[in-house]
Design a protein around this ligand. Sequence first.
Ligand SMILES: [Zn+2]
Ligand SMILES: [Zn+2]
Length: 172
Amino acid sequence: MHFNAYGGTGSLVAVDLLNAPDRGHATLSRVLAAHQISRPDLTPEQANNLASWLELVRPVFGEADTGRQVDTLNDLLRTVATGVQIGVHDGSEPHLHYVNQAIDTAERVKATIAGGLAVAVCGVGGRRLGRCDRTPCAIVYIDTSRNGRRRYCSRTCATRVNVAAHRRRATE
Ligand SMILES: [Zn+2]
Ligand SMILES: [Zn+2]
């Protein structure tokens, strides 16, 4: 599977930041470092800024209405992705940069995320940006399954829902 069609680093970083256990700068910086974002260390202010922006991204996942998903992403792109270029550096494959890379890490990551998710919507369809169906789990994920019908973040959540449904049937 070629992950580029799913938005590459931008999609993966979005998912891991949204699912991160807390919004502290240490945690968010660790996520950025894990995805080879350059200069990954965020100050507490940058982390707060990025964390509140991420809440604008969250509704893109698990959105069944493609029109609304596209509107949200276009709004985000308009403000954060201000200069698309192809980047080749540090031995990486050519990939898209959505903003001047010299800017602040938080702003650069926003552009990477908005751009990556836009590529995913255009490349594989917005339904691939999923959110776990088990309330209140709400973990987000990129659905790379063959049929694109993944509904849960994990086997654990799928099993819990099935067990609950089974119990309900058994007591009816
Ligand atoms: Zn790059
Ligand atoms: Zn789940």
